[in-house]
Structure formats: structure tokens, C-alpha cells
Design a protein around this ligand. Structure first.
Ligand code: HEC
Length: 187
């Protein structure tokens, strides 16, 4: 049996490195990192967001919200009163809307919706939601933005239910009215 000289050990090390490089470069094109074991997210089973069964032929969904492709369609597609609470629930919408806004939006959009939340130190400043351009936007626009986010704004549809989104929109309208009052105290 031949003894391993330091030179041979060197060769073995180089071969091992080459083997390692070959193995680790066997990866799917859509993998995100160097890895030997495949990412479970790339498994061929249906993804969580895909429904594995087709709906029965001729059936019509009556409860599902049909999401619009973009915020402009959303403004067109949702009736103006779609997100409005019945009068008896207004107070609940008011209280809950404020809580939800404080949880999900305030740190970026600020307590009065003016885009001066505490995140502005580390994150691009968000727009002033009480600006006249947003006063004019319809509720469907806000619904779409909360659901899908924007270029930098995170999408929050997974975390906030449809009805909760209406409550947040209710609170944004309150903030807009509050600013209107501050700006025109005489009216
Ligand atoms: C991490 C910070 C962050 C959070 C949290 C956040 N936003 Fe935003 N938002 C932004 C930024 C930045 C923009 C501007 C750029 C963009 O559209 O992504 C924005 C834009 C918007 C716009 C205007 C979009 C447009 O196209 O003019 C609306 C409306 C809005 N946000 C509402 C909300 C509401 C409601 C919440 C809470 C449910 C929320 N945002 C949570 C950062 C945030």
C-alpha cells in the first residue's frame, strides 16, 4: 500500500473540490441558492395558491370576490356602496378600522395618513393619503392597493380580510375628512 505524500493529499483535495462544485452546480435554473437538496417550494405538487380541482361545469361562484386586474379596473368594477358599512355598523367600522390601520399602515403612512410614519427613517416616504388626489379615488382603488400593494408597498391581502379592508378604507376616509376640517376650520 503506497503512502499518501503531501502532494497526493493536495490532489485529493483538488478532486474533492471539483466533485463538490459539480454536485452543487446541478441545480434547477429557478433555484435561488447553491444547494444540493432541492427546495421544497419547487416541488411539482400544486402550489398553495392553485386550486387543484376545476369547479364543476356550469357552476357559478356566488360568494367569491372577483379581483380586478389593476386599480383602475377595481375602481370601475366595485359599486360605490360596496365597501360602505350599514349605518348600524358604522361605529364598529370606525373603531376597528382605526385599530387595523394602526396595525398595518400607520408605521409607513403615519397616524394622520400623511406619509410620515416611523418607517420613513429607513424606507422611502409613502404618499399622503389625505391628498386631494386620494380623496377623489374610489374605494375600489384602496381595496386593490391594500390587496396587492404597490411598487414598494407590501401586499397585505393575505393578512387582512375583505371586510377588514373595507374598515381600513373607512378609516382613511375619516382621516381625509379630518384633514379637510383642519384646513378649513370655518366650514
Ligand atoms: C412598508 C411600508 C408601507 C405599509 C405597511 C403600507 N404602505 Fe401604502 N405605500 C407605501 C409606499 C412606499 C407607497 C408608494 C409607493 C408604492 O405605491 O408602492 C404606498 C402607497 C400607497 C397608496 C397609494 C398608491 C398609489 O398608487 O398612488 C395607498 C392608497 C396606500 N399605500 C395605502 C396603504 C394602506 C391602506 C396600508 C395599510 C393596510 C398601507 N398602505 C401600508 C408604503 C407602505
Amino acid at each position: 500500500m503506497s503512502r499518501l505524500t503531501p502532494l497526493r493529499i493536495h490532489h485529493i483535495q483538488i478532486i474533492m473540490i471539483l466533485v463538490w462544485l459539480t454536485v452543487t452546480s446541478c441545480k434547477q435554473p429557478d433555484d435561488t441558492k447553491w444547494q444540493y437538496t432541492p427546495d421544497m417550494a419547487d416541488s411539482p405538487v400544486p402550489k398553495a395558491q392553485m386550486y387543484p380541482l376545476d369547479p364543476p361545469d356550469g357552476s357559478v361562484a356566488t360568494t367569491a370576490l372577483i379581483y380586478s386586474a389593476n386599480e383602475f379596473d377595481a375602481e370601475e368594477n366595485f359599486r360605490d356602496d360596496y365597501f360602505k358599512p350599514p349605518e348600524s355598523r358604522e361605529q364598529f367600522f370606525q373603531v376597528r378600522g382605526e385599530q387595523l390601520y394602526a396595525t398595518f399602515c400607520l408605521h409607513c403612512h403615519g397616524p394622520q395618513g400623511r406619509g410620515n410614519g416611523s418607517m420613513t427613517d429607513v424606507f422611502p416616504r409613502s404618499p399622503d393619503l389625505t391628498d386631494p388626489i386620494y380623496v377623489e379615488r374610489k374605494d375600489g382603488f384602496f381595496f386593490h392597493k391594500i390587496t396587492f400593494g404597490g411598487l414598494m408597498m407590501p401586499s397585505l391581502g393575505h393578512a387582512i380580510s375583505d371586510i377588514e379592508r373595507s374598515m381600513i378604507i373607512f378609516h382613511i376616509r375619516e382621516l381625509q375628512k379630518a384633514r379637510e376640517k383642519r384646513d378649513n376650520p370655518d366650514q
